[in-house]
Design a protein around this ligand. Structure first.
Ligand code: SAH
Ligand code: SF4
Ligand code: F3S
Length: 446
């Protein structure tokens, strides 16, 4: 770097949307402090790896990447590790990787500029204090997706699912003030974005001391210029009648809920401390579906949880059939240090071959159900929002309100527009669509 140039920063992001959103906040803070964001690590003055700790595999990937960065750094480059793995391992990471000079947990990003300054002078540091007041209200997120905006409304988690590291890495639950969320929504809309995704670990337990999630949905959903409102992830136990009514009555709220199930067996759910039964989950699905006809439902499922028997697992399979999910993210249980699930007797652990075999059966069941459901939708018309170029075939990738991915022909000038399409084909998971009628185009998102 020469004196006249601004220092450059590169951030690589792993994990969930909350981390993507945190990266946007960090980039906002650093660019406001004089840094220039760059898209490649090579030659960057500051490299940050924003990490995930949810499964062992996620951490292994990051450790590999941290190692690789050694060869991408030049003299004076500051390498920092942020996010959930930084929080979990803290100063231990400084010992494990000598070329890392900063370790910063999710509540420590306010001090990024000063920590980086010190690191440039050779001071290595780990900042992993939780700050229950921290929402980064004065940061302006630097967004890279020009079509939809992720807006965090809650940080941390107060549930204690026995498999999960998130309460350890993100700390206790706290909600932003409704007025702040509305203010950010208005700013986002003014920048040309009309799809909003509200983020929280159990987003529907949102409570800012005066307003609940129903109030929040109604307030954000009625901001002028918001055309689609989504939220992720809700917990089945936090769907009060008020929240369900707000979903049904707020026309901008999309007809899709991601409703993590984890298991279809009450016995397993109990050991996971999910705080609902198989019947309770089904009842939640029924309440949502009666309020919102044609609701699309997706879920998260874990297989091979300690003590899971073949009978428990077949209850998960039968739930996939009974609910008829539009799609599911499926995971093999990964023991996380310090979580209660690691304290079950060793004899409870499910051998890896069995877990792998169950995962394969689960994926096959989910895919068959998704395919069946998607075939039923062929010939229907949907409004889509064009998101980005598709990976293959010179097509564009777009999304329906009910979260179906539709590939359509067209050029990049359509990105950010709403179009009406007919669903003409499906691969089983995604659709091919033909534009049938073009609505008044919205201004292109920038
Ligand atoms: N807060 C969200 C989930 C966050 S983690 C919720 O409660 O729904 C995303 C998903 O990762 C979880 O839904 C779960 O299916 C999966 N997951 C979490 N911990 C895991 C572990 N130790 N092993 C395997 N999968 C896990
Ligand atoms: Fe983890 Fe459970 Fe909290 Fe979700 S609700 S983040 S799975 S502890
Ligand atoms: Fe991973 Fe942390 Fe999200 S552990 S899934 S990045 S909250």
């Amino acid at each position: 770097m020469t004196a006249s140039q601004r220092p450059t920063v590169y951030i690589e992001t792993y994990g969930c949307q909350m981390n993507v959103s945190d990266t946007e906040l960090m980039l906002g803070k650093l660019t406001a402090s004089g840094y220039e964001a760059v898209a490649q690590p090579d030659g960057a003055d500051v490299i940050l790896i924003n990490t995930c700790a949810i499964r062992e595999h996620a951490e292994q990937r990051v450790m590999g990447r941290i190692g690789e960065m050694k060869s991408r750094m030049s003299r004076g480059t500051v390498l920092g590790v942020t996010g959930c793995m930084a929080q979990r391992l803290g100063a231990e990471l400084l010992d494990r990787a000598k070329h890392v000079s900063l370790v910063i947990g999710p509540d420590g990003y306010r001090d990024l500029p000063s920590l980086i300054e010190s690191a440039r002078e050779g001071v290595r540091a780990a900042a992993t204090e939780f700050d229950l007041e921290e929402h980064y209200e004065d940061f302006t997120a630097r967004r890279f997706d020009g079509v939809k905006a992720w807006i965090p409304v809650q940080r941390g988690c107060d549930y204690r699912c026995t498999y999960c590291i998130v309460p350890t890495t993100r700390g206790p639950e706290r909600s932003r003030k409704l007025a702040e969320v509305v203010r950010e929504t208005e700013a986002v809309v003014a920048s040309g974005i009309s799809e909003i995704v509200l983020l929280g670990q159990t987003v529907n337990s949102y409570f800012d001391g005066a307003h609940d999630f129903a109030d929040l949905l109604r307030a954000v959903g009625s901001v002028e210029g918001v055309r689609r409102l989504r939220f992720t992830s809700p917990h089945p136990n936090d769907f009060s009648d008020r929240v369900i009514r707000a979903i049904a009555e707020t026309t901008t709220v999309c007809e899709h809920v991601h409703l993590p199930m984890q298991s279809g067996s009450t016995r397993t759910l109990k050991r996971m401390l999910r705080r609902y039964t198989r019947e309770g989950y089904l009842e939640c699905v029924d309440r949502l579906r009666s309020a919102v006809p044609d609701l699309s439902l997706t879920t998260d499922i874990i297989v091979g949880f300690p003590g899971e028997t073949e009978a428990d697992f077949s209850e998960t399979l039968s739930m996939v059939e009974a609910v008829g999910f539009d799609d599911a993210y499926t995971f093999k249980f990964s023991p996380r240090d310090g979580t209660p699930a690691t304290r079950f007797p060793a004899s409870d652990s499910v051998p890896d071959e069995i877990a792998s075999e169950r995962l394969a059966r689960l994926i096959a069941t989910v895919r068959a159900r998704t395919r069946e459901r998607n075939l039923e939708l062929l010939g229907q018309r949907r409004e889509v929002l064009v998101e980005k170029p598709a990976r293959r075939g010179g097509l564009l990738q777009s999304k329906t309100r009910d979260f179906k991915v539709v590939m359509i022909p067209g050029d990049a000038s359509l990105i950010g527009r709403y179009l009406n399409v007919e669903l003409t084909g499906t691969t089983g998971s995604t659709f091919l669509g033909q534009v049938v009628h073009q609505r008044t185009p919205l201004p292109l998102a920038v």
